[in-house]
Design a protein. Structure first.
Ligand code: ZN
Length: 681
C-alpha cells in the first residue's frame, strides 16, 4: 500500500491527501503487521528477552499504530463526514480487539516479567524501568497473573460489571426522557431568559405539542432552576430530576437503579480481593498519584474542615438576601440556585460579553506566547508551508532558549459545522528516539471559540482565554518532554490525578494583572483590561466558592468511602453512608426523597469509581505549584525553568509525587487552593 498517506510516517501527516477510503486499509495493514511482529519478537528472542530485542520494538509497534490512527481519528473529530465516520467506526472494534488480545497475552506478560527479573533491569534508565513496571502492573490489574479458576471468575466479574455500567446509564437515560412538563400558560414562564423560552417552544413543536415543553435534559432543567420565578414549577422540576432512576418521585420504581448500584459495589469488592487488594479504593489507587487510602481521606477531610465556615457564611448570606429582598423565610432545595443567581447579579454586574472587546484573537495568541517566553524562554513561530485539514488552522514551531526545535502544534480555534464540541489537546506525534534520531513531538490544540464576524478579528470571552491556556498547558506537557520512550514521554504514563497539573497550572496567569497586560487589549484602543473590570472579574470568580467546594467534597468523600468501607457481611449501605458524609461536610441538607446517587454516572457507569477525588487533588497540585511563582514573582525565570525541568520535561518517567516534591521542595499543601478560592486559611 505505497500510496496510503496514513502509512507514511516519515513526515507530518499529509492532511491534504488523507481520504476516508485510506482509513480502514491502513489500520488493517498496521494491525496485521503488528501481530506478526509480536509473534516474531516472542519466538526469536526468548528466553533471553531484553530491552533492545523486545521492549523497545514493542514500544515502536505502539507508536506505529498511534501514528496511523491519530490523523484519522483527529479528522473524524474536526472535519467529520458520513464516509469518515463509517470508516472510523469500522476500525474501532478492530483496534479494541487488538488491545484486548495484547493485554491478555500471557507470553507477552512472561517476556516483560523476565526482563524485570534479569540483571539488565537494574542497568536500565529510570524511564525504561518505569515502562517495564507500568506494563507489568497493567497486566496484573487485568487479571493475567491469576490462577485458572480465579481468572475465569475475574472475567465473569468484568463482563457482568460492564453490562451493569451500561444498564445504569440506560436506566438514567430512560428516566430522564420519561418525564416532561408542558406549560400552556405563558405567565408561568416569568423570569426565564428568551433563549430558554425559545428552546422550550422548539421542544414542544418537535413533540407536536402546544405551548412550551421543559425536559430533564440539563440545559432545560438548569434554566428553570436558575431563573423561573414560579417556586412551584421549580419544586416540580427539582423533584423529578433528583429522583431519576430511583424508588422515589413521579416515576418511582420504573427504572430503579438501586439493585444495579448494590451489585456493582459487591462485584467491585470481589474484583479487588481477587487482585490482592483489601477493597476497591485500594485497587483504584494502584494507578494513581495518591499513596494510600488514608492519604485521600485525610486530604478530603482537611479541605472540608477549612471550607466549612466559608460555606456556612455564604449560605447565611444567601438566606438573608432571600429574606430581605424577597421575603422568603425558609430556603428550600429548589430555591438555592434561583436566589444564588439573583444575588450574583446584584453583587457582580459583569458579563462575558462585556469582556470580549478586550480579548481580540491576535492579542491573546501573541500574549500567550509572550507568557511562555518569559517563563521558559520559548520562542514560537508560525509556519505557512504546512498542509492542514482546514484553512482556519495555523501551525507553529516551538524553539527553546538554545534555538533547538522542541515541538510543533496545530491550532484550530473556531467552532464550525462537523467539528466536535469542547476543547482538547491530542497527540499527533509522540517524542521518541530511534537509533540516533529524535522524533519531534507534535500536538493538536482544538477549541470551539466564536469565529470572526465579517472582517473583524475574532474576540474571546475571558472563559475562552482560560480554556486556551488550559489546553496549551497540556500541549506543553506533551511537546516539551525530554523522555525518549513513548510509553512514558509527555502525557503518557502520567497518573490521571496528576495529568491536569500542567493545564490547570497555566490557567493561573489568566487571573494575574501583570499577565493580563500581555494578552488583553481593547480591539480599538489597545487599552488593557481596566482595573475596575478586573476586580469584578476576580470577585465573581469566587462567588459561593465555599459552598461549591463542600459540594465537591461531599461527592468525593461519598464515592471514596463507599468503595473503601464496603463490608461483604453488611452489603452496600449507600444511603447510610451518604447521610454520614452529609452530616460531616454538607451545609445544605437536601430533602429525604433526594436520590442523587442514582444518577451519579461518574462512579457507577464511568471511570471515576473511587477516583472522583482526582478533580480536587489536581487543583491542589496546580494551585500549590503556582504559589511558588506568587512567592518569587509570576514571571520568575528560575522558577519557570525549574517547573520545566522537574514537571514538563519528565512526562510519566517518575512518580508524580517525587516530581512535585522536586519542584516545590515539599509535598503538596492545600493552602494555596483555599486562598485562590477566596477561602481564608
Ligand atoms: Zn484538561
Amino acid at each position: 500500500m505505497p500510496n496510503n498517506p496514513l502509512l507514511n510516517h516519515s513526515d507530518l501527516p499529509a492532511f491534504d491527501k488523507i481520504k476516508p477510503e485510506h482509513v480502514e486499509p491502513a489500520i488493517d495493514n498496521v494491525l496485521k503487521s503488528n501481530r506478526e511482529r509480536i509473534d516474531q519478537l516472542l519466538a526469536s528472542n526468548g528466553p533471553d528477552y531484553n530491552w533492545h530485542n523486545f521492549a523497545q520494538p514493542m514500544e515502536e509497534l505502539g507508536v506505529k499504530l498511534a501514528r496511523t490512527w491519530s490523523p484519522a481519528s483527529h479528522m473524524n473529530s474536526v472535519v467529520n463526514s458520513e464516509a469518515l465516520r463509517s470508516a472510523y467506526n469500522a476500525c474501532l472494534p478492530k483496534i479494541s480487539a487488538y488491545s484486548t488480545e495484547v493485554g491478555q497475552n500471557e507470553a507477552l506478560f512472561n517476556a516483560y516479567q523476565s526482563i524485570a527479573q534479569s540483571e539488565e533491569y537494574n542497568l536500565l534508565d529510570q524511564a525504561q524501568r518505569k515502562i517495564i513496571d507500568n506494563t507489568l502492573r497493567d497486566f496484573r490489574l487485568s487479571g493475567i497473573a491469576l490462577s485458572t479458576d480465579n481468572k475465569t471468575r475475574y472475567k465473569e466479574i468484568m463482563q457482568e460489571l460492564s453490562a451493569l455500567h451500561a444498564k445504569f446509564d440506560e436506566n438514567l437515560l430512560d428516566a430522564t426522557k420519561a418525564w416532561t412538563r408542558n406549560i400552556s400558560d405563558e405567565s408561568q414562564l416569568t423570569g426565564l431568559p428568551d433563549s430558554a423560552i425559545a428552546m422550550a417552544k422548539q421542544t414542544a413543536e418537535r413533540e407536536q405539542q402546544d405551548g412550551w415543553l421543559f425536559t430533564l435534559e440539563f440545559p432545560s432543567y438548569i434554566a428553570i432552576m436558575t431563573y423561573a420565578d414560579s417556586a412551584q414549577l421549580r419544586e416540580e422540576m427539582y423533584t423529578a430530576f433528583v429522583t431519576r432512576a430511583s424508588d422515589q418521585g413521579p416515576c418511582a420504581n420504573q427504572w430503579d437503579n438501586t439493585p444495579i448500584m448494590e451489585r456493582i459495589l459487591t462485584l467491585r469488592h470481589e474484583e479487588a480481593l481477587l487482585l490482592g487488594f483489601n477493597n476497591f479504593a485500594e485497587r483504584s489507587l494502584a494507578t494513581k498519584m495518591a499513596n494510600d487510602t488514608q492519604q485521600v481521606i485525610d486530604f478530603l477531610n482537611d479541605l472540608a474542615q477549612h471550607s466549612a465556615n466559608m460555606g456556612k457564611q455564604e449560605l447565611d448570606e444567601l438566606k438573608s438576601f432571600a429574606n430581605d429582598h424577597h421575603g422568603i423565610n425558609t430556603l428550600e432545595a429548589w430555591d438555592l440556585m434561583y436566589f444564588s443567581e439573583k444575588l450574583r447579579q446584584k453583587k457582580f454586574s459583569i458579563t462575558q460579553e462585556e469582556l470580549k472587546p478586550y480579548f481580540p484573537e491576535t492579542k491573546v495568541i501573541n500574549g500567550l506566547f509572550a507568557v511562555v517566553k518569559r517563563l521558559y524562554g520559548l520562542k514560537i513561530n508560525e509556519r505557512h508551508d504546512v498542509k492542514t485539514w482546514h484553512d482556519d488552522v495555523h501551525f507553529y514551531d516551538i524553539f527553546d532558549k538554545k534555538g533547538q526545535l522542541r515541538g510543533q502544534f496545530y491550532l484550530d480555534l473556531y467552532a464550525r459545522p462537523n467539528k466536535r464540541g469542547g476543547a482538547w489537546m491530542d497527540e499527533c506525534i509522540i517524542r521518541q528516539r530511534s537509533n540516533d534520531d529524535i522524533e519531534t513531538p507534535v500536538a493538536y490544540l482544538t477549541c470551539n471559540f466564536s469565529s470572526p464576524i465579517g472582517d473583524q478579528a475574532a474576540q474571546f470571552t475571558h472563559q475562552e482565554v482560560i480554556t486556551l491556556f488550559h489546553e496549551f498547558g497540556h500541549g506543553l506537557h506533551h511537546m516539551l518532554t525530554q523522555i525518549d520512550y513513548p510509553g512514558v514521554s509527555g502525557i503518557n504514563g502520567v497518573a490521571w490525578d496528576a495529568v491536569e497539573l500542567p493545564s490547570q497550572f497555566m490557567e493561573n496567569w489568566c487571573w494575574e494583572k501583570e499577565a493580563l497586560a500581555l494578552f488583553s487589549g481593547h480591539f480599538e484602543t489597545n487599552e488593557p483590561l481596566p482595573d475596575e473590570m478586573f476586580e469584578k472579574l476576580l470577585a465573581a470568580k469566587n462567588f459561593q466558592s465555599g459552598m461549591q467546594m463542600l459540594r465537591q467534597l461531599e461527592l468525593s468523600l461519598f464515592d471514596f468511602r463507599l468503595h473503601l468501607e464496603y463490608d461483604p457481611k453488611k452489603g452496600p449501605c449507600i444511603y447510610q453512608l451518604l447521610d454520614q458524609v452529609r452530616t460531616q461536610v454538607a451545609v445544605v441538607q437536601p430533602p429525604s426523597f433526594n436520590r442523587f446517587p442514582h444518577s451519579f454516572s461518574h462512579i457507577f457507569a464511568g471511570g471515576y469509581a473511587a477516583g472522583y477525588y482526582s478533580y480536587k487533588w489536581a487543583e491542589v497540585l496546580s494551585s500549590d505549584a503556582f504559589s511558588l511563582f506568587e512567592e518569587r514573582g509570576i514571571f520568575d525565570n528560575d522558577t519557570g525553568i525549574r517547573f520545566l525541568s522537574t514537571i514538563l520535561e519528565q512526562g510519566g518517567s517518575r512518580e508524580p509525587m517525587e516530581l512535585f516534591v522536586e519542584f516545590r521542595g515539599r509535598e503538596p499543601q492545600i493552602d494555596a487552593l483555599l486562598r485562590h478560592s477566596g477561602i481564608n486559611v
